[in-house]
Structures are given as C-alpha cells and as structure tokens.
Design a protein around this ligand. Structure first.
Ligand code: SF4
Length: 369
C-alpha cells in the first residue's frame, strides 16, 4: 500500500471532512441507539429519503426501551415506504434481545454487535467505529468507488475476492483511534465528490486545482479516466412479473386486507390479496385462483381499479387491481398470516408496501367523497 495515500488520508481527507461534513440528525447527539437506527435506514437508501423517517422514528421510539416494548406492526408502520422491511423486523427483534440479554445497553464489542439480527459486517463496523470508536473499517458502495479509483483497481468489484481485497485496503488505510471520522470521511467523499458518473476532480485537469482532497494520490484521476472504476460485470436483466390483486368489498362498504407471513418477502405488511399470474391465465382468472388459495373464498371480479408498476431490487412488477365481491364461503388465513375488514377511511392504520399504498390512494380518490 502506498504510504503517500495513507498520509493523504490523515493530512488531506480528515481535515477536508472536518470542514465539509453535512449536517444530519444522527450526527448530533450521537448515541449507539441513534447510530444503529440511522445505519440500518441508510442501507440501500439515500440520505435525503432517510432524514424524515429517522426523525419520525426517534419521535415515536426515542429509546431502546420504547422500541423493545412496541409491536412489530407499529415498527413496520413507521418504516412504511422505506423498503427492505426485513431491516425493520430485525431491528425490532434486536431491540428485544438487547433489552433482555444486555440490560437495554447496546453491546460495545464487534463480536457481540454482529450477533444481533440484521447486522452484517458493514453495519457492525459502522456502529463499532461511530458509536464506540472501535478500529473497524466500513466497506459500502461509496467506499468501494473511492478505493477502486484511488488504486485504479481493475478487478470486478462485485466478486467476493475483490470485496475481500478492498476490505483489506480499507483496513490498512484506517486511521487508528479515529476510525469513526475516517469511515465517515470516505463515505462522504464518495457521496459528495467522487460521484459515480461525475467525479468532481474531472472539473480540472490540474491536480492542484482539482476539487478532491485525494486527487494528488489518486491513480484513477492520474489515468484521466476515473469513471473506468469501479469495474463491474454487466448487470443481469431482472425478471418482470405480472400480478393480479383484488379490492374485495362487503355490504358494509368495508375492504378485505390480508397480512403477509413473516417469512415471506414484505413479511408482516398488509396487502390487497392476490398474486402472480400463471401462464395462460387472464388477470381475472389469476385473482380468482389466488383468493381461493390465500383466503379460501370464491369471488366475482368487478370493475378495474388501477395498474401499479413498481421496481424491487431483484425484479420489476406490474399489479393489475380489480374490485371483487365474495360469491361463497368466508375468508380464512390459509396462505396469509391474518386478514381483516376495514373501512376505506381506516385502511391507513396498518402498514403496507409502496405498491399497495398506491391502491389506497386511488381508492381514496375514487371512492371516498
Ligand atoms: S481524485 Fe477523483 S477519482 Fe480520485 S478519489 Fe477524488 S474524485 Fe474520486
């Protein structure tokens, strides 16, 4: 490892960070609890999206004790719309473990932190360094981009061998005793200067004038083609699925919603019942079959309501939604965790995924005066 790079981290990057760090709610009044919640929210999610969720979460669950005592449904409701809901289920489980096994205090060693549900090596390093100043280096997408440009790293950064090498590089560059600042500075540089398509050093070909504190030691910058890094294998095309869903109404004007099983994707959230269209089926046939399988009811399909399109990390989906009425039998929880009838004006009491929230919006627009 280049000694000049190590020196530049201490003498250029850390002072730059001290003067450029953006204000974020979790950077003030820094406690292990606030660090933990913010780090989980920030996974796969942009800072500007996270800030209002973080503030609402802290208002509703200001302490580990209040989070451990809450129901999973209350936690999911606050998380609603943020995506990757296993993070919310896991943090709720972890709060209960911390309350019973650690007397309500967040564990302060890497070994104990990583045992908690939902905490992998990145989150353990982030919490350990930011909350307890443990000498642990983080490796997230921003850090991978900065490192691979700094060293003109030519291997596919999606491979596990490359991740291991980049982690070793991050560990070597870490400033002992100042790990929290080092990690945040690297991530901040990736988020604000070493941008994916437009690294700010490209604004000037003169290193002296480049808008990056690490330009003098950066091989990617020196090559004149920093955006050649990180090297990534071409993305695989994600599958597209077509789903049918129903707004089943009864004589009282209530709507039937089902709760997804905890073990399923989006587990614990509520939804308008339905499922994936099978080959050769019309959407109406798909809805009728799914409602029979999920809730044991025979339905008559009515008018079309809305088509919702949504992209998840590993597939895209279009969901065609129709009104329906029960022809025979009563709902039972067969392939769902629970079900309930709610007035349209009460639907928002429980948590849903984004796609189902679009259906509620449309129902409120069309049906509620
Ligand atoms: S000099 Fe350019 S490529 Fe290198 S770290 Fe800075 S912004 Fe990124």
């Amino acid at each position: 490892m280049n000694k000049a790079t190590h020196k530049a981290i201490e003498t250029e990057l850390l002072p730059w960070f001290a003067g450029h760090r953006r204000a974020m709610p979790w950077r003030s009044n820094r406690t292990p609890y606030r660090v933990w919640i913010s780090e989980l929210m920030l996974q796969q999610t942009r800072v500007d999206q996270v800030i209002p969720y973080f503030n609402r979460f802290m208002k509703r669950f200001p302490s580990m004790k209040s989070l451990a005592a809450a129901s999973q449904e209350d936690v999911l409701k606050i998380w609603e719309g943020l995506g990757y809901y296993s993070r919310a289920r896991n943090l709720h489980k972890a709060a209960q473990i911390i309350a019973t096994d650690h007397k309500g205090r967040f564990p302060n060693t890497a070994k104990e932190i990583i045992k908690l549900p939902g905490i992998g090596s990145y989150t353990a390093a982030a919490i350990g360094s930011l909350a307890f100043n443990l000498n642990l280096a983080v490796l997230d997408g921003n850090v991978i981009r900065v490192l691979s440009r700094l060293f003109a790293y030519a291997k596919d950064t999606g491979s596990s061998a490359a991740k291991k090498e980049l982690q070793q590089l991050a560990d070597t560059l870490l400033v002992p005793g100042d790990a929290g600042n080092y990690n945040e500075a690297m991530m901040e540089l990736g988020a604000t200067v070493c941008l994916p398509k437009n690294p700010q050093c490209q604004r000037s070909s003169q290193v002296r004038d480049a808008d990056c504190p690490l330009a003098r030691v950066c091989l990617g910058h020196e090559s004149g083609r920093p955006t050649d890094y990180p090297v990534k294998a071409p993305k695989k095309k994600v599958p597209h699925i077509v789903v049918g869903a129903a707004v089943v109404t009864n004589r009282k004007g209530e709507v039937l919603i089902a709760q997804r099983r905890d073990t399923d994707m989006l587990g614990g959230l509520w939804e308008f019942p339905g499922g994936k269209q099978e080959p050769g089926e019309t959407i109406q046939q798909c809805i009728a079959r799914e409602l029979k399988e999920e809730l044991g009811i025979n339905v008559e399909i009515g008018d079309f309501l809305i088509t919702v399109k949504h992209a998840y990390s590993h597939f895209t989906m279009e969901m065609h939604t129709y009104f329906a009425k029960i022809k025979s039998s009563h709902p039972r929880s067969i392939e769902c965790q629970d079900f309930q009838w709610l007035k349209i004006s009460d639907l928002r009491r429980v948590p849903y995924s984004k796609a189902d929230l679009y259906i509620i919006e449309e129902l409120e627009r069309q049906v509620v005066p």
